[in-house]
Every structure is written in structure tokens, then in C-alpha cells.
Design a protein around this ligand. Structure first.
Ligand code: ADP
Ligand code: MG
Length: 485
């Protein structure tokens, strides 16, 4: 398959439409989680490089600059061109992503296609960003204008590195904001490849800057930078809180956060148990469990509980874990050693706290970060594995009896990103969907995010919404103009 042969062309920082070495000359390795080999050495951005990138973006945003002078239809054309280029290079992008991240190649292809779709979707918004005219009591003519907020800093994680690149860049560029994006240190290369395509698409210098590096150095420098007007972050709650603090300590950047989750999927006793078990299986095991909306609390009605656990066990045993470039593979490795270790630790905690290990629980092989699809039954709400985000292939199956009870229990979490309910009873489904404290709820399916609809979290799962038209608001200021007549 192509992936094994792809050559890595872009390993430097992308600033002002050029690939450049870091100021310090330092590099770091992007590691293949399948065999722990180095995919490539990458230039490492630190504060001095972030300064350079922000200066380039600031210049691109100056009044009268090439970028500021583009008409909406021209911005739209650039984004459409970028979408075309991403589509043309799907195989290369997906291959690099699989090398760095370990996700099955077919999934990487799907993700890359969705990134192209995202650019195209936001291309369509460029000339539809409108203000209002507002009737007033004093007879003056009042109107509003939506204006780009300024330089946008964007920090992304490694689990969907290509899709998130598009979800961040798309609305920012549609709104007219230049961007400095710091990709996760685990997946810099697929992002640098995308950066090269923005240049090819014809974006003026400084509009898109991609600066790989580590969180506490490069990420923090971006979050604290006084010339960055807006910061958009996807990652852990812990770092999300640091980003907010950095914003407060510097220049009160506008902050959008998309953080973790501990999402419940509630399954009533009127469902087809086979189908429900399959939905729940994919809802937790997709992307090796490394998904912010992973349904990591499976609540199953007591009447079908034992049957459901047995079907889930069969599915987990059948799940094909292995080489992500093998077409039959459903699950690759965890992305890196730290993350792998954390999952293994949680599995040990689950055992110690008295959950019943139904299947899995072990490492696979002794090279690469593969973990068996793992299921715990008889999990109770107070157990650590029912409370913490594990971010791995670990399903916790809990038992419930009534709608009221399960709503209460499902909401008893500091997170609020997503939820699901499987039932043929429309009343139960709607009551659950209305009562659950989460940004997304799926009824009779799960994890079906669409580009056209807002996505984000309640409570500590985040602030603001991405995707859909709401994402544009993250990059726009509203100006009220009042004219005395
Ligand atoms: P994970 O632990 O799953 O890797 P993180 O929230 O730590 O998730 O990382 C998500 C992104 O945030 C990455 O790009 C990472 O480099 C960045 N990051 C980590 N720490 C900080 C920080 N202190 N300031 C800014 N960005 C950070
Ligand atoms: Mg971290």
C-alpha cells in the first residue's frame, strides 16, 4: 500500500509561505506508534519562532494588505482551491497521518476527505457574512458589520489531526483571520503537508503559518502572545484551563475550547440487542478509543444487560487490531507511549476497584502501542473508570432501570460533550435528549457529526461551538455603526 512508500517532503516550520528552520535549530522526532521508529525529524518551534509566525500573520492582516483587500468571492475561491488540492492529495496526506498517528489507513482517507469537505463548506460562507440594520428610537440609522477579529492562534491535538486542521482553519480564513496553527507534537508532518497546499492554493504570505512544537513552549507562547486576538484550542481540560489563564494574563484573547468528555450512551430494553451492541462497540472503540466524544459509559437496561455484555464481548474479541496499512485492520495502536501507559494504568485501576474484566486488558505484542479491546462490566458510577476520560479502547458497561435514574446518573459528571440514546420509544428518546447536559445528543445512532451543525461542550467539555455557521462567530467581531440623519 502507498503509505509504506510515501516520502516526507516537509519537515520545517511553515512561516510566511516558506519552510524554515527553527531559530534554535532544534528538532524533534515524529514517531510511528506501530513500531516506535522515527518517521522524520521536525523543526521545533519555540517562543522566538512563534514571534516570527505571529509577526507574519500580523503583517498579513495589516490594513490595505493583499489579504485584507481580497473580496469575499476571492477568499472563497482560495478555500475551494485548497479543498481541491486536499482531495487531489488524499492518499499522501492519509499515508503520512497513518504513519504518525497509527489509525487505519481507510479511516485516514475518510478523515482527509472530510477535511476537504470542511474547506469547501466554509468557502461557501465567505460571501454570506452579513450584518443587520436596526430600527432605533432616536431615528438614527444603525447597522452592524461583522469584521475579522485579527490574528487567530490555533492549537490542535493528534487524534484527528487533518480534520481538525480544516475545522480550525476553515472558519478563520472564511472570516478573514490569518492563522498561526500549532499542531500536536505527535502529528506535525501531516499538518506541514497541508501547509504546503495552502501556499499552492495561492493564499498570500503570512495568512497561514504552521509551527510544530511542544505545548508548554510553543503552545504556551501562542496562548500568551499579545498580538494574537483569538485562541482556539482542542485538547485536554487541564490544558484548556491553562489556555484561559494565559488569555487572561495577556490580552484577553477570545477563547474557544473543545475539551474532553465522558459521554454516556443509554440503551433501553426495547432495542435489537445485536444492533445496539454494534453501535456501542463502534462508539467506544473507533480510533482506538482516542475520540473526545467516545461513548465511554455504556448504560444498559437491566432486562437486556447480560445478553448485551455477551454480544459486546463477542464483538471485542472479533475486532481486528494490527497494522493500520492492512485493509482488514479496524484498530491500530495508541498514538504514543505516554498515552498507552495511561490507558494501561486505568485498566489496572478498573480491576482493583472491582469492575469485572469481560475481555481484553492486555498489551498486544512488545513493540508498538497496541492494546486489546477491553470491556469492563458491573461498573458503578463511583469507579474511577466511570469518571475519568481514559482515551483508549476500554468500554465500561453500567446497568440501569429507569429513564429518570439514568438521566440523573448520566448528568453526574463534570463533562458535557456528547451523549446517545437507543430506543424505539420516541417519548423516552426526546425526554432524554432534552434533559441531558451535553452539546450533542444522538438518537439511535452515535458520533454522526456533520459539518453543517454546531459541535461543542457543556460544562468542562468546552466553551463555544465549532462547525456550522456558529464557528464563524468565533472569528468575528460585531461593530455597531450609528449614523445621525
Ligand atoms: P493530550 O494530553 O491528549 O495530548 P493536550 O491537551 O495535552 O492533549 O494537547 C493538545 C494540544 O495542546 C497539543 O497541541 C499540545 O502540544 C498542546 N499543549 C499542551 N500543553 C500546552 C500548554 N501548556 N499550552 C498550550 N498548549 C499546550
Ligand atoms: Mg497532555
Amino acid at each position: 500500500m502507498l503509505g509504506a512508500k510515501v516520502s516526507i517532503k516537509y519537515t520545517k516550520l511553515f512561516i510566511n509561505n516558506e519552510f524554515v528552520d527553527s531559530v534554535s535549530g532544534k528538532k524533534f522526532a515524529s514517531i510511528n506508534p506501530v513500531d516506535e521508529t522515527v518517521v522524520a525529524e521536525v523543526a521545533e518551534a519555540r517562543m522566538a519562532d512563534i514571534d516570527k509566525a505571529v509577526a507574519a500573520a500580523k503583517k498579513a492582516f495589516a490594513r490595505g494588505s493583499e489579504w485584507r483587500s481580497l473580496q469575499p468571492a476571492q477568499r472563497s475561491a482560495l478555500l475551494n482551491k485548497l479543498a481541491d488540492l486536499v482531495e487531489r492529495h488524499v492518499q499522501e496526506i492519509a499515508s503520512i497521518m497513518t504513519l504518525e498517528n497509527g489509525k487505519p489507513f481507510a479511516h485516514a482517507v475518510g478523515e482527509t476527505q472530510m477535511a476537504a469537505d470542511t474547506f469547501r463548506y466554509y468557502a461557501g460562507w465567505c460571501d454570506k457574512i452579513q450584518g443587520q440594520t436596526i430600527p432605533t428610537d432616536d431615528g438614527s440609522l444603525v447597522m452592524t458589520r461583522k469584521e475579522p477579529v485579527g490574528v487567530a492562534g490555533q492549537i490542535t491535538p493528534w487524534n484527528f489531526p487533518v480534520l481538525l486542521y480544516a475545522i480550525k482553519l476553515g472558519p478563520a480564513l472564511a472570516a478573514g483571520c490569518p492563522v498561526v496553527l500549532k499542531p500536536a507534537e505527535q502529528t506535525p508532518l501531516c499538518n506541514l503537508y497541508l501547509a504546503a497546499l495552502t501556499k499552492e492554493a495561492g493564499f498570500p504570505p503570512g495568512v497561514v503559518n504552521v509551527v510544530p512544537g511542544f505545548g508548554p513552549t510553543a503552545g504556551a507562547a501562542l496562548a500568551e502572545h499579545p498580538d494574537v486576538a483569538k485562541i482556539s484550542f482542542t485538547g485536554s481540560v487541564e490544558v484548556g484551563k491553562l489556555i484561559m489563564k494565559a488569555s487572561g494574563n495577556s490580552n484577553l484573547k477570545r477563547v474557544t475550547l473543545e475539551l474532553g468528555g465522558k459521554s454516556p450512551l443509554v440503551i433501553f430494553d426495547d432495542v435489537n440487542v445485536d444492533k445496539a451492541a454494534k453501535i456501542a462497540h463502534e462508539a467506544i472503540f473507533a480510533n482506538s478509543g482516542q475520540v473526545c466524544i467516545a461513548a465511554s459509559r455504556t448504560y444498559v437496561h437491566s432486562k437486556i444487560y447480560n445478553e448485551f455484555v455477551e454480544k459486546s464481548r463477542e464483538l471485542a474479541l472479533k475486532r481486528k487490531v494490527g497494522d493500520p496499512f492492512d485493509a482488514a485492520t479496524e484498530q491500530g495502536p495508541q498514538v504514543e507511549k505516554d498515552i498507552f501507559d495511561r490507558v494501561v494504568t486505568y485498566i489496572e485501576i478498573g480491576k482493583k476497584e472491582g469492575a469485572s474484566l469481560v475481555t481484553g486488558g492486555e498489551r498486544i505484542g512488545n513493540k508498538g502501542y497496541f492494546i486489546q479491546p477491553t470491556i469492563f462490566a458491573n461498573v458503578t458510577d463511583d469507579m474511577t473508570i466511570a469518571k475519568d476520560e481514559i482515551f483508549g479502547p476500554v468500554q465500561s458497561i453500567l446497568k440501569f432501570d429507569t429513564l429518570e435514574e439514568v438521566i440523573e446518573r448520566a448528568n453526574k459528571t463534570t463533562y458535557g460533550l456528547a451523549a446517545g440514546v437507543l430506543t424505539n420509544d420516541i417519548t423516552k428518546a426526546v425526554k432524554f435528549a432534552q434533559a441531558i447536559e451535553s452539546g450533542s445528543v444522538w438518537v439511535n445512532h452515535y458520533a454522526a457529526t456533520t459539518l453543517q451543525a454546531p459541535f461543542g461542550g457543556y460544562k468542562q467539555s468546552g466553551i463555544g461551538r465549532e462547525l456550522g455557521p456558529e464557528a464563524l462567530d468565533n472569528y468575528l467581531e460585531t461593530k455597531t455603526i450609528s449614523i445621525k440623519l
